[in-house]
Write a protein that binds this ligand. Sequence first.
Ligand code: GLU
Length: 302
Amino acid sequence: LVDYQQILAEIEAEVQPLLGKGRVADYIPPLAEVDPGRFGMAVRLVDGTDFCVGEADNAFSIQSVSKAFRLAAAARTHGEAIWKRVGREPSGTSFNSLIQLEEEKGIPRNPMINAGALVVMDALLEGGRPDPGMEFIEKCLGGQPVDWDRFVASAECETAHRNRALAHLIKSFGNLTGHPDEVVEAHCRESAVTLSCRDLCRAAMFMATAGVTEEGVRVCSARQVKRLNAVLLISGVYDEAGDYAYRVGLPAKSGVGGGVLAVMPGVFTACVWSPGLNQKGNSLAGTKALELLTTKSGVSVF
Ligand code: GLU
C-alpha cells in the first residue's frame, strides 16, 4: 500500500531548496506580488480520501488550470464538433504565440494554448451564459460556488493586448462567433478563479473516475475524459509536454499562478501550488513535486 501522507512529507522536505528560486508571472501585476517561495500540495484518491501538505488550503489564482475544465465543458455541449475549430497536436511554441495561428489560418493547434482556449470559450459562450466554464467547475464541486479575483481579472484584462490580438486574428479567419472583447473578458474572469489545491483535486475528480463527480453526478462520458486526459498529456504544460511525460508521467495542466493539476486515471488527482515558475512557465517546485510523487509512489500512467 502506498503511504501518500509520508510521500507528501518527503516531497515537502525535498523541494525546499527550490522554493523561491523561480520567477513569478509578472505580466499580470497582482500575480507579480505573490511570494514565489510558497508551497502546497494535495493528493486525493478516487474514494475521496485526501492527503495534504503545506498550504494545500490556500486559494490561489488557477489561471490556465481552468482550461482543462473549459474543454471538458465544451466536450459536453459541443461533442466532437469542437475539433473542427481547434486541433489536438502539441504546439511546441509558447502559450500565447501569434505566429502559429497565422500560419494555420486561425485554427489553433490545441485547446490548452491561449488561442485554442479562446476558441473553446467562444463556443461555450454560444450557450448565452456569461461564465460557462466557472459554472462547470461549480458543478464538479457538487454545486459549491467558486469565486474569482476581480482585481486579478481586471488587471489582466487591462493588459490583455496579446490575448486580444489572438482573438481578433481568430475572428479575422472566421473562427470566432462572439465579439473578441467579450471572449477575452470571459477568459480573464475564468483565469482569475481562485481555488486551493485541496478543492482543485476534488473538482477534477471526474478526470480520474471516467466522468463522475464525488457526488455521483456524471459530468462527462468516459470517452470524453479519456480524450481530455490525452489532450492534457500532449499540451497541458505549455511546450514542456515532452519533459513532463518523461519526468512526471501524468496528464497535467499548469497555470501561470503556479498551480499544476495532475491526474492518475482510476487512482488519484493531485494538485501542487508554488508560484515560482521555470523557464517554460510551469511551477518550478511544483514540477519537481509531481516528479517525486510518481517516482516515490511508483504510480504513473506509464
Ligand atoms: N490568464 C493567462 C493568460 O491568458 C492564463 C495563462 C496561463 O496561466 O497560462 O495569459
